[in-house]
Design a protein around this ligand. Sequence first.
Ligand SMILES: Nc1nc2c(ncn2[C@@H]2O[C@H](COP(=O)(O)OP(=O)(O)OP(=O)(O)O)[C@@H](O)[C@H]2O)c(=O)[nH]1
Ligand SMILES: [Mg+2]
Length: 188
Amino acid sequence: MSLGFYGPPNAGKTTLANKICMDWLGEEIGVASHLPHETREVQMKEGVEIESDGKKLNFNIVDTPGIATKIDYEDFLKFKLSKKKAKSRAKEATKGVIDSIKWLDNVDAVIVVLDSTQNPYSQVNITIIGNLAARNIPVLIVANKVDLKKSKIKKIENAFPQYPIIGISAKKGKGIDEFYKELFKLVK
Ligand SMILES: Nc1nc2c(ncn2[C@@H]2O[C@H](COP(=O)(O)OP(=O)(O)OP(=O)(O)O)[C@@H](O)[C@H]2O)c(=O)[nH]1
Ligand SMILES: [Mg+2]
């Protein structure tokens, strides 16, 4: 069973995938960073055995590059990247988006990771979730970063009422047990 982590850049996909892989495998999957488009290639950890309520399931954890509708190298200059580095990051990030979408063919269920401090009604979120619905892929939405003051889970619930939504902090580990419970419900 392959479990994909999808969402816009910087939502916390890799942070959550790392938390899960550390919990059950003792290894991380990749690098998380405040710089958007840190993940620019699909990365996977196979054979991650997760236990919840006495039941066990084996997952391949698939962390994907953040999906964006616009990737402009100038946005990376703000993060003090050189022009050359910014341009190559933008190019790789664009490839990464395509890679993420291609990988939809290989995943059995998807965790959509959203930053709960951001407006959920974005073109990217609606496109990702619409694509998953069209493919009949089971979806669990994670409202991440609930440790931040500006976090608004309710707004995500209002935007996507037809999906299970769970508020967590991937960074602080808050809500992770409930997340595992929801994950088992999703794939049963
Ligand atoms: N406060 C807070 N910050 C978080 C949380 N989860 C992730 N972050 C931070 O958000 C930033 C982005 O995290 P990543 O895990 O790299 O995000 P991503 O979705 O993998 O991003 P891309 O690879 O760029 O698509 C990092 O600075 C993380 O430390 C959280 O629960 N709370
Ligand atoms: Mg990432």
